[in-house]
Design a binder for this molecule. Structure first.
Ligand SMILES: Nc1ncnc2c1ncn2[C@@H]1O[C@H](COP(=O)(O)OP(=O)(O)O)[C@@H](O)[C@H]1O
Ligand SMILES: CC(C)(COP(=O)(O)O)[C@@H](O)C(=O)NCCC(=O)O
Length: 383
């Protein structure tokens, strides 16, 4: 285990969560599986193949109140859960779990099994807060408090940035370059690009001050859906693994394929190996010739580039539109996956000629659920 230095001195949120001395703990993969199974004492419906975030937990050494808290972000693809438990040493820890939205019953059983503690309400955000409200209230016999998904994303992101050292990093030459991420006034404004099933783009001006400035339907759902259709693979982890072994040049039409091998289109700054047309090689066969057979890995690499390049370009254009120099990419799509982070970083750097920085987050997939966890009921919601 490796601890980071506590950064917050004695803040206590209105909901009673004592954040003094918050410590971020990262487990090695083997420790993590044992840890999760041993402490949860269950077969591990949500454990499966873990995302990067489930290899962490956050220790709240000064929070001694009874532990009674769950928060959910129910999106188009996945349910992300943040919950508080006591560990073997009776310390309070914040933990992270995910379920497929389509398997919401597994999430509900997980919460039912932890029913030894009483909770007055469950904080829920994302579209599923509305879609599944009565199911959750019914099965959990508790009240659901709904929170706005965009508001929760910002709350969660600012919480992580303020309370954890090493939350945010850039990805340069395949290395994570961590920033001391205590946000000062100069952190704002920034752009948040949340890549979930779809993409939401928010300009964040301050702690609670933001506008959703753009979005795109070409997001994580698109990549995952087309990957399934192209390859028949039904595990997202397998898709990511295979994509990193692929060679997109077998599938994409490059500038050099159009201008002649090795030739750049210098006048407009396009080098020979720039993708001219994603998936373009598929249509380069002569009349009467069969469409060339493509390897799964190569198609997946090409598809990942297509989706990442498109998102990065829209992000870049919005950053220029609002004169922003820093873009945080988040959402469960990223999965700490080097090819994804490399591709988003490369594209932002390419389009902005190095003027705009792509940033990533350790808790990339849990901004909304963390936000819902710390969010408070407003007087309107009480009524
Ligand atoms: N194990 C997984 N199963 C399904 N999708 C996954 C998985 N891991 C990562 N993803 C990606 O994450 C996306 C969902 O991201 P998320 O931020 O949870 O969005 P949403 O809130 O819409 O569910 C999926 O569309 C897919 O691209
Ligand atoms: C509707 C959503 C906010 C839902 O969030 P998600 O479950 O995808 O995380 C998101 O999918 C989105 O912003 N889609 C893009 C819509 C658009 O601006 O074109």
């Amino acid at each position: 285990m490796s601890d980071t230095d506590p950064q917050v001195e004695g803040s206590k949120l209105p909901n009673g969560l004592n954040l003094k001395g918050v410590v971020h703990v990262q487990l090695s993969p083997s420790e993590n599986v044992v840890f999760q199974r041993k402490n949860d004492n269950e077969s591990g419906t949500h454990v499966g193949v873990l995302g990067a975030t489930e290899n962490h937990f956050i220790l709240l050494p000064n929070h001694n109140d009874p532990v009674n808290y769950f928060a959910l972000d129910i999106g188009g693809s996945l349910i992300k859960m943040v919950y508080l438990v006591k560990n073997e040493s009776n310390e309070t820890v914040l933990r992270f779990a995910r379920f497929k939205t389509a398997d919401i019953h597994e999430c509900i059983s997980f919460m039912q099994r932890k029913r030894s503690i009483f909770y007055e309400t469950v904080h829920v955000t994302g579209g599923g807060a509305y879609k599944f409200a009565s199911l959750l209230e019914d099965k959990l016999s508790t009240k659901i408090t709904k929170f706005d998904e965009m508001q929760c994303l910002i709350k969660g992101l600012n919480f992580f940035l303020k309370n954890l050292i090493d939350e945010s990093f850039s990805f340069q030459n395949d290395q994570k370059i961590f920033e001391k991420s205590s946000p000062s006034e100069s952190t704002y404004p920034y752009l948040l690009v949340n890549i979930g099933s779809g993409v939401s783009i928010l300009k964040v001006n301050g702690d609670d001050d933001f506008d959703r400035v753009s979005g795109s339907s070409m997001g994580g759902g698109t990549f995952w859906g087309l990957s399934k259709l192209l390859t028949g693979i039904s595990s997202f982890e397998e898709v990511l693994e295979l994509s990193s072994q692929g060679d997109n040049k077998q599938v994409d039409m490059l500038v050099g394929d159009i201008y002649g091998q090795g030739r750049d289109y210098k006048k407009i700054g396009l080098s020979t190996d720039v993708i001219a047309s994603s998936f373009g090689k598929t249509i380069m066969s002569k009349t009467g010739e069969e469409t060339p057979k493509m390897e799964k890995a190569d198609m997946l690499k090409s598809l990942l580039y297509l989706v990442c390049n498109n998102i990065a370009q829209i992000a870049y254009l919005n950053a220029v539109r609002y004169n922003l120099k820093r873009i945080y990419f988040a959402g469960y799509f990223i999965r700490d996956h080097p090819t994804t982070m490399r591709s988003l970083s490369y594209a932002v750097n390419f389009w902005s000629a190095g003027q705009i920085k792509a940033m990533f987050l350790k808790h990339e997939g849990y901004l909304g659920s963390m936000g819902a966890f710390i969010e408070q009921k407003t007087p309107e919601q009480e009524e």
